[in-house]
Write a protein that binds this ligand. Structure first.
Ligand code: PLP
Length: 381
């Protein structure tokens, strides 16, 4: 496993305070991400032993987009598939360039990846160590925390504020040696916003030498501003984007890390670095589709608000999310409700230790959410 690392990389890793034994774990993380237990939503969903679901099951457990890729993406994927015998690196460059243009950045500020899990893990590898902790909100998306724990970096979890934002003051104060401060905006699992002003405050006040990793996997589902202007200002910020959520391409795999070229160099792909051309052309066509983001934001937002209205009428307590998932308080161990819902063939998301009586529910289609309502009322009765 360790052989995936060059001698130089091995020396650098040991210098950062890792034991020689950690090298194999770095190698595993670099080379076999998909096989590791913290990889991404589907992998974490598998932790609850879902496996293949029965026909007709309602799958609202992994914040996926049931609409799938947009028509333009599907067309681009269809027409490139027959040329799939070629690496077609130029498709990756074209995708990166369009994303950079749209964000007002130079092309070398964007690095394409097959989704955002990989640059998330690589950032943890590059910027944390036993003496440089990983700092995150609680409850928060677990992938970074798992990667940090796997390589022996300290993890510091900072509870969200009363308004469910990241507590940026507490995060800045968590450790003077912070390596990576992770903010997911809107947050997973809560679907709640950390105001841009708080993010800007954190950039200005974080410990020297630390990097702020802003995960914008769900940003298009909200009306919040992007944080890419901080990258344009050459701050110590890396932004993650994915096409797995609003763009409906979770299985096709496309994403990007956006940051200063010297920071991106630290998480640069090892090995050949060819990306799935289907993912690249699909992502590129999605970016160019003019009304896709506002249209899908509205469709998903309307379904979410309808469920919220229903839950309010029924007296259920939930966290007001602006995303494609929400947390609902089931007032008993959440796992019991996850299991009982599965018996009804409605597969909802997992439970976070910080909020043990809350379950996470993804926003599916109107039909799926109608089935959710029936099953949920039955289970809660
Ligand atoms: N970041 C967050 C907050 C997520 O919720 C997910 C997946 O659900 C990811 C990153 C990784 O997704 P992907 O690798 O499909 O881009």
């Amino acid at each position: 496993m360790g052989s995936i690392l060059t001698q130089e990389q091995k020396i650098e890793i040991v210098k950062r305070g890792f034991s020689r034994r950690s090298l194999a774990r770095f190698g595993a993380l670099m080379g076999a991400g998909a096989a590791l237990p913290f990889y991404n939503e589907p992998a974490m969903a598998q932790l609850s032993n879902l496996g293949r679901l029965p026909p007709g099951a309602v799958k609202i457990n992994a914040n996926e987009n049931p609409m799938g890729p947009c028509p333009e993406a599907l067309e681009a994927i269809r027409s490139v598939a027959s040329q799939g015998g070629r690496y077609l690196y130029e498709e990756t460059f074209d995708f990166s360039k369009t994303l950079a243009d749209q964000e007002g950045l130079k092309p070398n500020y964007v690095m394409a990846f097959p989704g955002s899990s990989e640059p998330l893990h690589r950032s943890v590898l590059a910027f944390t160590s036993p003496s440089k902790p990983f700092i995150m909100g609680d409850p928060g998306y677990e992938a970074g925390q798992r990667a940090a724990a796997f390589i022996g970096s300290k993890v510091i979890r900072v509870p969200l504020t009363k308004t469910y934002a990241h507590d940026v003051k507490a995060m800045a104060a968590a450790s003077p040696d912070a390596g990576l401060i992770y903010i997911c905006n809107p947050n997973n699992p809560s679907g709640t916003i950390t105001p841009k002003a708080d993010i800007e405050w954190l950039v200005a006040n974080k410990p020297a030498g630390s990097i702020l990793l802003i995960d914008e996997a769900y940003i298009h589902l909200s009306s919040e501003p992007f944080s890419t202007n901080l990258v344009a200002q050459d701050k110590d910020v890396i932004i993650l984007r994915t096409f797995s959520k609003l763009y409906g391409m979770a299985g096709l795999r496309a994403g990007a890390a956006i940051g200063r070229p010297d920071l991106l160099a630290k998480i640069q792909a090892y090995g050949a670095g060819a990306l799935p051309v289907t993912g690249m052309v699909g992502a590129h066509a999605s970016l160019k589709s003019k009304n896709l983001v506002p249209e899908r934001r509205k469709i998903i937002g309307d379904i979410r608000e309808d469920v919220f209205e229903w839950m309010s009428k029924k007296g259920y307590t939930f966290v007001p999310s602006v995303s494609n998932k929400f947390m609902v308080d089931v007032k008993r161990p959440g796992q019991e409700v996850v299991k009982a819902m599965a018996v009804q063939s409605v597969y909802i998301g997992r439970v976070w230790p910080a909020w043990p009586t809350y379950v996470r529910v993804s926003v599916g289609t109107r039909e799926e959410m109608a089935k959710f309502k029936v099953a949920f009322e039955k289970v809660m009765a």
